[in-house]
Structures are given as structure tokens and as C-alpha cells.
Design a protein around this ligand. Structure first.
Ligand code: PEP
Length: 241
């Protein structure tokens, strides 16, 4: 059965009170496309304000600590995100795997904490340029999934396939490469929605969506621009199976 499409924006370390109008515009676009689930993963400082200005829009965090509270300066817990108004969280983004040396065991602990707090999880997986060039993409992604899910089923979890080499640039995999990885992910995690992320734009989105066989996108830069994000939302709504 076809799953409800899901479009998630990742604002990373961008955005402040001056950007609430962008969030409102995205919330209005989401209301015009009720067949697509839309969410924005925002900096923690914006979660509560986004929820107030846009009560109908799903808001997410971008990481959480495995513990609910404690002496962890600078961190944020899953119950804190939930209390601030988030309903989902990104975990395992390649920027955290790289910048903060997060491994799959830590991501597994975060995932359990997020689910226990009632947050949906967007679990990011994807191979580096080096692994891609060496033909190890499938092996890497299968390993990340197995270790970070650690026996959990796909309940409340969407998997975002984000080849590291495609993030933040202008290169994307061929849609058939995406489709092959999506097949692997669906065989490994039954029932989860599968997203693609990495340099998605209104121009390349349709081919990736249709021929990649995905349920939606995780979008970085283009989610900071309400018009571009809305164009991606429209193409998903227009082409969803
Ligand atoms: C991301 O960081 O998750 C991402 C997909 O970024 P971009 O769309 O900017 O490549």
C-alpha cells in the first residue's frame, strides 16, 4: 500500500525570530496540500515560537541526547523537545556523525530515547564519497540501519537516505541508484517511510521522487526558502502514487 508522502525541511543552524514569516508561509502551503505530511526540523530556539505562529505544522528537533536529563552541558533531551512542541527529531544526520563523531551505537540509544518520549524519528543514513567510489554504499547503509535500529521495528521511524557526497552541493545520485538503495532499505526496515535527501531542488525533485520510488524528501537549503520548499511540496502532491 502506498504510504502518505512526507516532506521534511532541515534548517540546520539557520534561522531566528526574523524568519517566522517563512515558517508561517510553509505552514500555509502545508495546509493547501493536506495529502502530504510536512514538517520542519528547526533550531531548538525556534521550536516553541514556530509552534505558536503555526500550530498545525509539525515541528522537529535536529538531535537529542539519550538521557532524559542530567549533567550534559549544551545538549537537549527528547522529553525537552517534546515539551517545547516538537513531534519529531532528526537522528544520525551525517553532519552530526562527522562533526560530533556520532556512531551507530549512540544513535541507537538516542533513537530509543526519542521513541520513549513519543517523538517520531527521521533516521538519516548514507555513504561517504569514498565508500560510494569503492562500491560500498549498500554495505554501509545496511550496517548503519542494522546497528542504529538495534532490533527496533520501523514503527514511528522514517529512514532518510542521504548520500553524504550529495549533501550541501549540487550533485545527486541517479534516480535508479536511489531506487536500488530504497529497495535495500525497505527490505531491511519493513513499514518505514523512506525519504531521499541531498541537494533536492524543485528542478530535480520530480525525477528523484518518481523514479527513486521514495515516500518523500529531507530537504536542507531549499527549505529555508518558502517558495522553493512549496514548489517541492507541490511536485510531491502532483506526482504521489
Ligand atoms: C541535509 O542536510 O539533510 C540536506 C539534504 O541538505 P541539502 O538539501 O542542502 O543538500
Amino acid at each position: 500500500m502506498a504510504k502518505r508522502p512526507l516532506l521534511v525541511g532541515n534548517w540546520k543552524m539557520h534561522g531566528d525570530g526574523g524568519d517566522l514569516a517563512v515558517i508561517v508561509a510553509i505552514g500555509e502551503a502545508a495546509r493547501r496540500h493536506p495529502a502530504v505530511d510536512v514538517a520542519l526540523s528547526l533550531p531548538a530556539t525556534l521550536i516553541d515560537r514556530a509552534r505558536r505562529v503555526c500550530p498545525g505544522l509539525a515541528i522537529g528537533g535536529q538531535d537529542c541526547h539519550p538521557e532524559p536529563s542530567g549533567a550534559h552541558t549544551g545538549d537537549i533531551s527528547a522529553p525537552m523537545l517534546r515539551e517545547a512542541g516538537a513531534s519529531l527529531v532528526l537522528l544520525g544526520h551525517s553532519e552530526r556523525r562527522q562533526d560530533h563523531h556520532e556512531d551507530d551505537a549512540l544513535i541507537a540509544a538516542k533513537l530509543r530515547a526519542a521513541r520513549a518520549a513519543g517523538l517520531e524519528v527521521i533516521l538519516c543514513v548514507g555513504e561517504t564519497a569514498e565508500d560510494h567510489a569503492a562500491g560500498r554504499s549498500a554495505e554501509v547503509v545496511r550496517g548503519q540501519l542494522t546497528l542504529s535500529l538495534a532490533g527496533m521495528n520501523g514503527q514511528g521511524i522514517a529512514i532518510a537516505y542521504e548520500p553524504v557526497w550529495a549533501i550541501g552541493g549540487d550533485r545527486t545520485p541517479e534516480p535508479k541508484e536511489v531506487a536500488a538503495m530504497v529497495g535495500l532499505i525497505r527490505n531491511t526496515v519493513a513499514g518505514a517511510r523512506v525519504l531521499y535527501g541531498g541537494s533536492v531542488t524543485p528542478d530535480n525533485g520530480e525525477a528523484l521522487f518518481v523514479d527513486g520510488g521514495i515516500d518523500g524528501f529531507l530537504v536542507g537549503r531549499q527549505s529555508l526558502d518558502a517558495d522553493a520548499f512549496t514548489a517541492i511540496l507541490k511536485l510531491i502532491d502532483g506526482t504521489a502514487r
